[in-house]
Design a protein around this ligand. Structure first.
Ligand SMILES: [Zn+2]
Length: 332
């Protein structure tokens, strides 16, 4: 070989980029005839440089396209905001012109705000579009309810607001919470945080109804105990599903038993919190009558049903747990 491979390797980059002198190219190509490894290396470098070029080009096109789309949505967003502002300005002028206080003007303003947060926010938000849309539209909805309530001299604002927030939270709280950055220790408890937040709004709604309706003690006892009983059931199911480390079959067994007991014992547990005599809407269920086959009255009939639910859920649940354990052992 005329030249050492290392000398050729030094020349290769300029050869691949086609900027070397004719003399160097001649030398290199002569060397290729004798040396397979340098020829391979040159081919590899050529492939790499083509790939890099393609990637750069692709990224350029993509970012250009993105910029274009972004500019377009921004324009649409701004045009929509201007269109939405028109009725507001017209109403303001009319309102002042006919000498009214600015009462219904604020209703128009806040309803436009609600429309804007539903249309403009998703267009303009850089990221987390759903989260910002939900937050902004909830805020403007509350504001709209507030202005309507004041304008009509109503006293229903707290009920309307808390029921709206409760309903929206039920659907969107998990989405919003998943958009918020948390450290790992806190984010483990996300499902419980959502459950806690929803429960708080359920209680606020119940309290608002109770205060507005001037209800008596029975309302508070019944509503609070029923809601708490339901929330505890959801809490237990969440804990089983999310935090107990065991197989899916065992989990479904535990859940079946939990839900069966929850349904079967509902009346009896809630009755503990409602003093007997003051309220007779919930029957005290005598589960011992569940054995009876002679249906003499509704009490026996109900006891039969609840008793069957408990027995079946226990049987199904226990068999699922046993199946889970045995298949788990086999795997090991
Ligand atoms: Zn070589």
């Amino acid at each position: 070989m005329k030249y050492n491979c290392n000398v050729i390797k030094d020349l290769l980059p300029s050869y691949v980029d086609e900027i070397c002198s004719d003399e160097s190219r001649k030398i290199i190509e002569e060397h290729f005839n004798e040396c397979q490894s340098c020829r391979d290396l040159s081919q590899q470098m050529k492939d790499n440089s083509i790939e890099t070029n393609l990637n750069v080009e692709k990224n350029e096109i993509l970012s250009k396209h993105n910029r274009h789309i972004k500019r377009k949505t921004y324009t649409i967003g701004i045009v929509t905001s201007v269109i939405l502002m028109l009725p507001v300005v017209i109403c303001l002028i009319c309102n002042i012109a006919i000498g009214h206080a600015l009462d219904w003007f604020f209703i128009v303003l806040t309803s436009m705000l609600l429309t804007a947060s539903l249309i403009v926010v998703p267009l303009m938000a850089e990221s987390k579009k759903l989260m910002w849309t939900v937050l902004c539209s909830t805020g403007s909805l509350i504001l709209l309810l507030f202005t309507c309530c004041i304008y009509t001299h109503g006293d229903w604002f707290f009920i309307a607001a808390s029921s709206c927030i409760f309903g929206i939270s039920l659907i969107f709280a998990p989405v919003i919470l998943s958009n918020i950055k948390m450290n790992e220790n806190v984010s483990k408890y996300r499902p419980l945080i959502v459950l806690g937040w929803d429960s708080i709004w359920l209680y606020i709604l119940l309290i608002a109804c109770g205060i507005l309706g001037h209800y008596n003690m029975e309302y508070w006892q019944l509503s609070l105990s029923l809601s708490t009983y339901i929330i505890i059931a959801i809490l237990l199911c969440t804990v089983v599903i999310k935090y107990i480390k065991t197989s899916k079959i065992i989990k479904s067994g535990i859940l079946t038993i939990l839900i069966g007991l929850w349904i079967g014992l509902a009346n009896n547990v809630i009755n503990i919190f409602i003093p007997s005599g003051s309220y007779n809407g919930l029957e005290h269920l005598d589960l011992s009558k569940g054995f009876s086959t002679a249906i003499t009255d509704n009490a026996v009939f109900n006891a039969n049903i609840y008793f069957t639910v408990i027995v079946i859920s226990l049987l199904v649940g226990i068999s699922l747990i046993v199946i889970g354990y045995t298949t788990g052992h086999k795997k090991k």
